[in-house]
Every structure is written in structure tokens, then in C-alpha cells.
Design a protein around this ligand. Structure first.
Ligand code: GCB
Length: 610
């Protein structure tokens, strides 16, 4: 059909777009399946609020001098003799167990925002014909990375992976130093103002990844046609000699084995049909072992195939309309602190499953790779998001470049995950020309990288000036997105749990509506009548009334209430109730279920039957 050949062309163009994106940003796709040595564990750290280890007393950065002073912390200096003056010593400083956020790891750093230096020493025996990469799953927010006193680079953005090639810098004994700075900034992404804890540190895994000289940098599998089960894709090699190289892809269970040859740019494309393929869905989260091989390099992945589209007001998974039974989650573990292990990620998704979810909104930034891979395994569709939140510096070109880099990295990392169905560009951003332009550019970018998934953003509702109960979506960005999403808090920020009854919807946009947030605060264990704020009863009542109100939206295809679990936020200071926790969780921070949990659970049980 015309439609499917246009789609095939779009996918072919995308593979090219992905390749040019690669030229700007190197990729180590599927970092977890590669050979690596873990650099997790004890790192010595020095708290440096004045950035004394980075700037000299004239405020010149040490790392911009040809011959950096031994006072620079990245030199990892020691006093050489009794007369020598060195005013720091990593090895005498305390250690932190990486990955972690420092706020949780060190009580004194609970409210800290600034610079902490980390140092780890490690031995290494270089193997001939291998290349080595220092890989970080994420560092919040800004990282200056040094190996053996030499700068590898600066990375900005707290939730996406990055790496540096270190093949030529490695010695038998090495030290890596990372200056981590989590100070908030107006021009940063996110900006100064958010409603979550600004956890600092090396919050995700650190690895020394090794590869052959020429290796598989990236690959992508795309279900091009759901009916014929046609899969298209590409494999990209990187190295000195990538042209005309043999590449194979194999999916043993489907008896697929394709032998390919790379073009002059090191790219091999493929196209196969696998009639017997079972499509991935929440009910049957089927994934297949895929083996990608070229020369000395071989990578394995678990790939699921699905098709996600919108048709008029429906969201259509594998050809069938689907209602998204969702919940929003922050990447915060039981008891507080960033999730950094697979087990912690699994705990959160297990709660979501218990609630009856087939879908989760990963708010408000890219979560760790474990979370996304577990969603594939557990059958949970995902909304993934970048921290373009509230009041970003819309006219600053560096801010845009930063947001786009985070978006690109997120898509590059997760493009092969079946679970991901929506890329979200932003959350509750103010409607105005500069913002519309910023977000439209992001959507164009996302579509150029991945035309197979849906684009959305958490927008806001508008109130009729003559009747505040008449609600609509009056935002030009509604024209850009595939899925119309908005956050609304009727009955919490304004009104009582009875207010939702009065609301009339006037949404005349012919797109699926996915309500990205609603909710109310409740302190676990606080019981009162259902009109009393902070009581479990109030929250449960609001859930009941809100679900009815949202059901009156003709285009409604799902929602992700705010939020699975209470989470830390410095904005939430009410003593005895909040104590620095946002209390809109269906679970307390300890995992105790509030009454509203079962209200939503019941609704999802009924929905699942339909
Ligand atoms: C929102 C934000 C979310 C907040 C929530 C709240 O609309 O998107 O980040 O935490 O409201 O609790 O106010």
C-alpha cells in the first residue's frame, strides 16, 4: 500500500538521520551486554563548595593550564616529602559506594548542592587489539572527567549515559577523578525550579567497557510492517576499517539469519520477514534473543517487536485499541534516594503491576536503563521524558542544544526497547512563541530519530473565562503531538474532591487524550472525613471523582495519576505532614498502601476485563 511504502521510506530516511546524529555523538548501544570491568564500589570523595580544587585563587580553572598545578584535585597529588605542601588527599578522604546519590550516602550532604570530587584507582592490563571506554550511566548534573591527571571531557545533563575512549591513556595503575557539580542553574535542563530532590552524584553504573578495534557501535530493529512481520534495521560499525565488512544478525528462535556487508560508512541494513513472530504486548511481553556479530565483535540483546500508532482518537497497539492503565513514577527508591540498582527499579515496577498497570510514565527525566529493560520483560508500556520542565530558558540556544542532546541520547539508548511507546518533550510549560518553537524543534528532532513511536508532552488545561468549569486544551502544541496529554489537579490545587463533578470538557481535537497527571496529597495513616485535606479519605475520594470526570472526555485513552510513591521534594515543607516529601503517592515512601491505591486498582481491574 501507499501508506506502508511511505512508512518504509520514512524508516529508511530515519536510519540515515540516526547515522548523522551518530557523527555528532558517539554511541555505545547496549552497554550492559558488552565486555566490561565494573568501576562501581568505593570511591574516595572530597566536598568542595568553593571549587577550590578546580580554580586557582585568581579563579582561573586549573585544567586550562598546560601544566596544571598539583593543587588541582584531578592531579590526585600527595605530599612528596616533609616540606611539600599539598592541601588535599583523596586516599585519606572518606569513601562512597558508587553508584549512589550523595544526599543519601552522607547525612551531611542531604541538602548539599555544589561540587563533590570523586576518585577511584584501578589496575589494568591492556590487551592488544582492544579499545577501552570509560562509561557512566549518569552523573547529576555536570561532570568533569579526568584520567591519570588528564582531562577527558565535560558532560552536562543528569540522566543520560556518556563515555570517553581511554585506550591510549590507560596505564597499569590508573586513577579516575570526576568533579560532579549539581548546582541548579537558570539555563540548565532542568532549570532552577522543579518539584523533586536535586540528588547529586555518580548515580548510575560506571564501567570500563572493552571492544575490539573495529566494533558494533549501534544497531536498530524496527517492525516495519505488523501484518507481514517485516523487520527493517541497520548495524553500524566503528573503527579504522569499517567498509565492506561482513555483519550477521541472528534470531535463533525465529530462524532468522542474515549475512550482510557494510557500505563505505560502515553501515549494513537489513530487512526480513518472520511469519512466526509473536508481537510484544503487556499481556504477552515476548522478546527474542538477537545476536549481532561482526569480525571479533558480538553483542546479544532481547528484542521485542510491536507496532504503536494512533488512529483518530485511539491509541493502537499491534492493530488493537488499548487503554493505558498507568501511573507516574519518579526514579526514587523505597525510603528515598535515587534508584541505582536493578532490584530497586524492579520494586517500583512490581508495585505498578500490583496496581494493575499496563503502562507507566517515567517522570520527569530519563530513568536508568534497568527500568526500561525490566519494563520490556514485565510487559509495561512506557512514556519516557526529558527534563524540559516548567520554565526553561526558551531563547537560549545552549539550553536548546542541551535539551536536544538529552533527547537524542534517550532515544539512542532505548530505541530497541519494545516497552517504550511515547517520547515526551516537556512537562507543564507555559504557552508562548519561544516555547512553542523550542518544543516544536524537539518534536521534529525526535521524529527524525524515531518515526515509529508517538510524540507527546504533558500540557495544561485552559479554563473558559466565563465559566471556570468548562475546560479545554488551548495550546498550539496540541497540533504537534500525536497524543494529547495534560496534567490537571481539580480538587487539589483549587476546589475540593467534589469539584470534578462540575467539570465539562470541551476538547475538540481529534486525537487520543492521555491524562498525564492528577492527584492529591495524603499522609499515610492519617484518617479523617473525606473533605479533610491530607487524609487518606480525601485522596481516595478525589481519585473516585476524578476518574468519573475523566471518563467524560470522549477521547480518553488512559491516564497516569500522580504518583506511585511519596517522593522527596524541597518544596514540600509542611511539618508533620510533608516534612520534605510530596505526599501525592498511592504508597508512602515506605511502600505502605494508602486507600486511594485500591480505588485505582479496582478501576484498572474493571478496565482490564473490558
Ligand atoms: C505537577 C508536576 C509534578 C508535581 C505535581 C505536584 O503538575 O508535573 O512534577 O510534583 O504537579 O505534586 O504538584
Amino acid at each position: 500500500t501507499l501508506w506502508s511504502s511511505t512508512k518504509a521510506l520514512t524508516i529508511a530516511l530515519t536510519l540515515i538521520a540516526l547515522n548523522s546524529a551518530r557523527a555528532q555523538q558517539a554511541v555505545l548501544h547496549n552497554a550492559y551486554a558488552r565486555d566490561f570491568e565494573s568501576l562501581n564500589g568505593a570511591w574516595h570523595y572530597i566536598v568542595d563548595p568553593y571549587e577550590n580544587g578546580y580554580y586557582d585563587y585568581r579563579y582561573q580553572p586549573f585544567d586550562q593550564s598546560e601544566n596544571p598545578s598539583r593543587s588541582a584535585f584531578f592531579m590526585n597529588s600527595k605530599a612528596l616529602d616533609k616540606t611539600d605542601l599539598i592541601e588535599y588527599n583523596f586516599d585519606e578522604s572518606p569513601t562512597m559506594n558508587i553508584p549512589t546519590d550523595w544526599n543519601t550516602a552522607d547525612e551531611k550532604l542531604f541538602y548539599y548542592e555544589g561540587t563533590v570530587w570523586f576518585k577511584k584507582s584501578f589496575s589494568h592490563s591492556q590487551q592488544e587489539g582492544k579499545r577501552y571506554f570509560l562509561y557512566f550511566g549518569a552523573v547529576n548534573y555536570k561532570a568533569e572527567v579526568y584520567l591519570n591527571g588528564e582531562k577527558l571531557g565535560t558532560h552536562v545533563g543528569g540522566f543520560t549515559p556518556f563515555h570517553y575512549e581511554v585506550t591510549d591513556q590507560l596505564k597499569e595503575e590508573n586513577f579516575v577523578v570526576v568533579k560532579v557539580d549539581n548546582k541548579r542553574a537558570k539555563e540548565a535542563v532542568p532549570t532552577l525550579n522543579t518539584d523533586w530532590w536535586n540528588y547529586g552524584g555518580i548515580t548510575r553504573d560506571v564501567k570500563l567497557v572493552s571492544t575490539p578495534n573495529t566494533f558494533i557501535e549501534d544497531y536498530q530493529f524496527v517492525l516495519e510492517d505488523m501484518n507481514s512481520k517485516t523487520v527493517q534495521g541497520s548495524v553500524t560499525l566503528t573503527g579504522n576499517d569499517v567498509a565492506s565488512k561482513p555483519v550477521s544478525i541472528e534470531i535463533p528462535e525465529l530462524k532468522v539469519k542474515e549475512s550482510l556487508t557494510t557500505n563505505a560508512q560502515g553501515i549494513a541494513t537489513f530487512n526480513f520477514r518472520a511469519k512466526k513472530m509473536t508481537l510484544w504486548s503487556p499481556e504477552s511481553p515476548k522478546t527474542y534473543q538477537a545476536i549481532i556479530q561482526s569480525g571479533d565483535d558480538s553483542l546479544e540483546d532481547q528484542i521485542g517487536f510491536k507496532s504503536i500508532q494512533t488512529e483518530g482518537q485511539k491509541i493502537v497497539l499491534n492493530g488493537e485499541p488499548v487503554f493505558l492503565r498507568g501511573i507516574s513514577i519518579h526514579e526514587e527508591k523505597l525510603g528515598g534516594g535515587r534508584v541505582s540498582t536493578k532490584a530497586e527499579a524492579k520494586q517500583l515496577l512490581t508495585y505498578a503491576k500490583e496496581l494493575g498497570c499496563n503502562y507507566v510514565r517515567l517522570a520527569h527525566y530519563p530513568h536508568n536503563e534497568h527500568m526500561v529493560r525490566l519494563a520490556d520483560e514485565m510487559g509495561i508500556m512506557l512514556w519516557e521524558e526529558i527534563p524540559v520542565y516548567w520554565t526553561i530558558d526558551w531563547t537560549n540556544s545552549e539550553t536548546y542544544a542541551n535539551a536536544e542532546a538529552q533527547l537524542t541520547r534517550m532515544i539512542q539508548r532505548d530505541k530497541n526497547r519494545a516497552a517504550t511507546i511515547i517520547w515526551s518533550m516537556a512537562n507543564e510549560t507555559p504557552v508562548r512563541a519561544e516555547r512553542n518553537d523550542f518544543l516544536t524543534r524537539l518534536a521534529t528532532k525526535a521524529r527524525s530519530l524515531d518515526p515509529t513511536r508517538l510524540i507527546s508532552a504533558a500540557l495544561e488545561q485552559s479554563y473558559d473565562p466565563n465559566d471556570g468549569n468548562i475546560r479545554s486544551i488551548d495550546d498550539p502544541y496540541a497540533q504537534v503531538v500525536d497524543v494529547l496529554s495534560f496534567n490537571q489537579y481539580t480538587g487539589w490545587y483549587g476546589g475540593t474532591p467534589e469539584s470534578p463533578r462540575l467539570v465539562k470538557w470541551n476538547i475538540d481535537i481529534d486525537k487520543p487524550v492521555l491524562v498525564s497527571e492528577f492527584g492529591a496529597g495524603a499522609k499515610y495513616g492519617f484518617h479523617a472525613d473525606k473533605m479533610t485535606r491530607w487524609s487518606e479519605e480525601y485522596q481516595a475520594y478525589l481519585y473516585q471523582e476524578t476518574i468519573e470526570m475523566l471518563n467524560r472526555i470522549e477521547q480518553l485513552q488512559g491516564f497516569s495519576p500522580w504518583i506511585l510513591m511519596d517522593f522527596r521534594s524541597p518544596r514540600r515543607v509542611l511539618p508533620g505532614i510533608q516534612d520534605n516529601w510530596n505526599r501525592k503517592g498511592l504508597l508512602s515512601e515506605k511502600g505502605e498502601k494508602k486507600m486511594a491505591f485500591s480505588v485505582l486498582e479496582k478501576f484498572y481491574q474493571e478496565k482490564a476485563k473490558q
